[in-house]
Each structure stands twice: as structure tokens, then as C-alpha cells.
Design a protein around this ligand. Structure first.
Ligand SMILES: *Cc1c(COP(=O)(O)O)cnc(C)c1O
Length: 434
């Protein structure tokens, strides 16, 4: 059975998956990492007929017997019930579309799986949780949607009023069972501060508060699965599954960490490309310009779901791989907004493919990588969100309206539920205690 310990615990005190999942962050402020990685035979993914089936044969090696096989099967078949196609752009270039879930970003894979895993353990314990999330982008809607209707879990999500796009706001405030949306008269930082204060507030100490943010190990395991499913699809097209590079548009480095887990389980990956926007800490680290973790304030960009100045999963990657291995295996670059929009145009012109700004950061990075290194290993780049979520970027890059997308159109017909609150702990307390 795989156990976990904190990146900051020199004694590596082991905890069960259940505890790592329900706690999120370790008590010492570190991140949970596995004490070993199951080594798997590639037939586990190369012979799978569907993503849920692949997920079961891989994750049972991580989760049995804590999660019995039958429970894992129903969790994954229920959570991962949407397509994840590999689209070919050219002979050696593929896009893995991760945006066909209910909220149209890759966050659905992790949020939906994690919600069902939490529900599984909470039912067993006869406990409930209130999940608090501060959000400015895709995480909030994926968590709200993924956790909605799980009977032992309630979600309270906070977003900055007037600071998210119309589409994003709609996705946050449509009425969902067990979800309360709070529009905070303040910034994203206010929302985050309120959540942090709530966790240490004495008046709220009796409430079973929990979080679902991107450092939870429960989000990383499901994110390893689609890398393997991509390789499976590559092999189906007659390509060598052992020759592949992945390009990952990155912010907090959770998606990339999922890929690293897939590789450590036994899938050969020649290179990982970390494609960042103007938030350049990680590419700087890979280039040897900085030696260790540094705090950087966040820079706002058109690929806003990647606006993370100081990626928290860095600590986990460093612990798993160490700096030399990271620098040998990863290649990084930082892409400006101008270059992002230009790459959206270029991709549309060359391949007739409409990429969201995040995906375009990846496409620009891989073009630079190939020009710089001449490496023509077949490359899969991750398409993280549906372009229809970013109509403004699409119209400023291409001068066209984004094609209508069913899942977003129906949002405008649905009922909404939102409470506007002041940016204070007192306001959040009132909501939580009511
Ligand atoms: C969250 C997100 C990212 C960044 O992923 P990380 O795991 O934080 O690196 C990139 N693109 C989109 C569309 C996202 O929602």
C-alpha cells in the first residue's frame, strides 16, 4: 500500500491516502508525496479500452486496499465519463484535448475524481465536510460542479466580484445542490485571505472545513491518467509509444506533476516542456538563473488560469526528482501575451485549429523547443481549456466570434444563486454559521 509523507518531514512519518486526501496540506505546511511509486507494466495502459478502465488498472496499484476495487471502479466510471481525444495536427504533433468535461477545462478530471474519493471516505467515517475554495478561474467551477450533489460534502466558493469573465462567473453561480457561491467585493487575494483566516478562526473551529486546492495529492493521481491515455492513442495510430515528448501549459505545476507520476510509473517520456506565461519562475529555475524557490508576485496575463507567480507544486517536484534531474528532463520557456495571441493566429492559419490562450502558450513553447533543439520526437501538447471559455482572447487574436458551445449556451438558461459579501472574515463567518 502506498503511503505519503510531508515534503518537510525529515522522518518521513507515513500517513494513509485517506488522511492525505482529507487534510490536503500536511500539518507542517509541506506537501504530501508518495513514499514509493508503483512500477507498472505498460500493458496496463496500452491495452485499455477506455480512460476509466485504464484508470482502474493504474490507480488500484496506488489505492488498494484503502479503496476496494469495486468502489474504485464505480468512482472512475462515474467521474471520467467524458471523451479525451488526441487530435493530430501534423505528422509528429498532437493535441490532447482535456476540455470535454462539464466545465470545459482539464480541472474536471481531478475535481470529479477527488470529490468521489472524498465522498467514499466520508461515508465510511460518517463525517461531512465543508469545502472552501477561493477561485479566480477554472478551479472554482470544476470543484463546484465535481462536488455538487455529494451528500456528505458542501461547497462554499468565493470569487472576486467583477474580476472574472462573464462566462466564468456564470459557471460559478449556476445553482448546484450543496454549493453556495459568494461574490466578494474585493480582489482574489481578499478571497484567499478570507479562506485562510476561516481555517484558523476559533469561532469556526467546530465546523468540518476542508479544501480542494491544487496541492491536494487527490488531484494529482487522476491527472496522471490522461498522459497514459494519450500514449495509448498514439500507439493505436501505429506510433512508437516509447518515443514521446509532452508539452504542458503550466501555472501551479499540478498538471506537470501528474505527467511526472505517469513517467515514474513506467511510461518512457523523453522530455517534458513546461510552458509558462509571463510568470517566469520555473523556466528561470530550469535555465539555472535561480537556484531555489523564490516568492514572485503574480503577473496578470491573457492565459489567466496560469497566472501563478510562485508555483506551489515546485516543492513537490523538487522532492520527487531533485534539481539535476529536473533540469535534464524538463525544458521551459516563458511566453508573452503578444506571442500567445500570435500563436493562436498562426495555429488557426496553419492547422485550422482554434486553441485557447493556455493551449497557445504550449504551442508557442513547443515551436521554440523544436527550433532550438531540432528534436523531432513526436510531441503531445495538452489543450487545457475550451476556447469558448475565452471569447475575448479569441476575438482579439483572430477577429472572430468563438463558435457556440452547447455546454456554455445552456448555462444562460439555468437558475443562478449567489450572495454578495464584504471582503471580511466576519462576512464569511455569517454565511458559514447561518
Ligand atoms: C489550471 C490551469 C492551468 C495550469 O495548470 P497547473 O496545474 O496549475 O500548472 C493551465 N490551463 C488551464 C486552462 C487551467 O485551468
Amino acid at each position: 500500500m502506498i503511503r505519503y509523507h510531508s515534503t518537510r518531514d525529515p522522518r518521513k512519518t507515513p500517513v494513509r491516502f485517506e488522511d492525505a486526501l482529507l487534510k490536503g496540506l500536511a500539518p507542517d505546511g509541506g506537501l504530501y508525496v508518495p513514499d514509493g511509486i508503483p512500477s507498472l507494466d505498460p500493458t496496463n495502459w496500452l491495452s485499455a479500452d477506455s480512460l476509466p478502465e485504464l484508470g482502474v488498472s493504474v490507480l488500484r496499484r496506488w489505492l488498494e486496499p484503502e479503496v476496494p476495487l469495486s468502489a474504485l471502479e464505480s468512482i472512475l466510471h462515474d467521474a471520467l465519463d467524458f471523451p479525451c481525444p488526441l487530435v493530430q495536427l501534423s505528422e509528429d504533433l498532437f493535441v490532447l484535448e482535456l476540455f470535454h468535461g462539464p466545465t470545459l477545462s482539464f480541472k474536471d478530471f481531478a475535481a470529479r475524481t477527488m470529490a468521489r474519493l472524498m465522498q467514499h471516505f466520508l461515508r465510511q467515517r460518517g463525517e461531512r465536510r465543508i469545502i472552501l475554495v477561493a477561485t479566480s478561474g477554472d478551479t472554482g467551477s470544476a470543484v463546484a460542479d465535481g462536488f455538487a450533489g455529494q451528500d456528505n460534502i458542501e461547497v462554499v466558493l468565493l470569487y472576486p466580484l467583477g474580476k472574472v469573465s462573464d462566462v466564468q462567473e456564470r459557471q460559478l453561480i449556476v445553482r448546484r445542490p450543496g454549493v453556495r457561491a459568494l461574490a466578494v467585493r474585493g480582489s482574489f487575494d481578499d478571497c484567499q485571505r478570507m479562506v485562510k483566516e476561516a481555517f484558523v478562526d476559533r469561532e469556526l473551529a467546530h465546523l468540518p472545513l476542508s479544501s480542494a486546492n491544487s496541492i491536494n495529492i487527490g488531484r494529482l493521481l487522476p491527472q496522471s491518467l490522461y498522459y497514459l491515455w494519450a500514449v495509448r492513442q498514439l500507439a493505436q495510430r501505429g506510433l512508437d509509444p516509447n518515443q514521446v515528448n509532452f508539452c504542458v501549459p503550466s501555472g501551479n505545476l499540478g498538471n506537470l506533476t501528474g505527467g511526472v507520476l505517469a513517467a515514474l510509473m513506467g511510461q518512457p517520456v523523453h522530455r517534458f516542456l513546461a510552458a509558462h506565461n509571463a510568470n517566469h519562475f520555473f523556466p528561470d529555475f530550469l535555465a539555472g538563473k535561480v537556484e531555489a524557490y523564490e516568492f514572485h508576485p503574480t503577473i496578470a496575463t491573457v492565459s489567466n488560469a496560469m497566472d501563478v507567480g510562485s508555483p506551489s507544486n515546485f516543492e513537490r517536484l523538487l522532492h520527487l526528482l531533485g534539481p539535476e534531474r529536473m533540469r535534464a528532463w524538463f525544458w521551459g520557456t516563458t511566453v508573452s501575451d503578444e506571442a500567445t495571441l500570435e500563436r493562436m493566429r498562426e495555429t488557426h492559419r496553419t492547422y485550422g485549429y482554434l486553441a485557447c490562450p493556455h493551449t497557445a502558450v504550449g504551442l508557442e513553447a513547443l515551436a521554440r523547443y523544436r527550433a532550438q533543439t531540432g528534436d523531432r520526437t513526436p510531441l503531445i501538447t495538452l489543450a487545457c481549456a475550451h476556447p469558448a471559455k475565452f471569447p475575448d482572447a479569441v476575438s482579439s487574436a483572430l477577429g472572430i466570434a468563438v463558435p457556440k458551445e452547447e455546454a456554455l449556451e445552456t448555462l444562460w438558461q439555468r437558475e443562478t444563486q449567489v450572495t454578495t459579501v464584504e471582503p471580511s472574515l466576519q462576512a464569511l463567518r455569517q454565511v458559514l454559521l447561518s
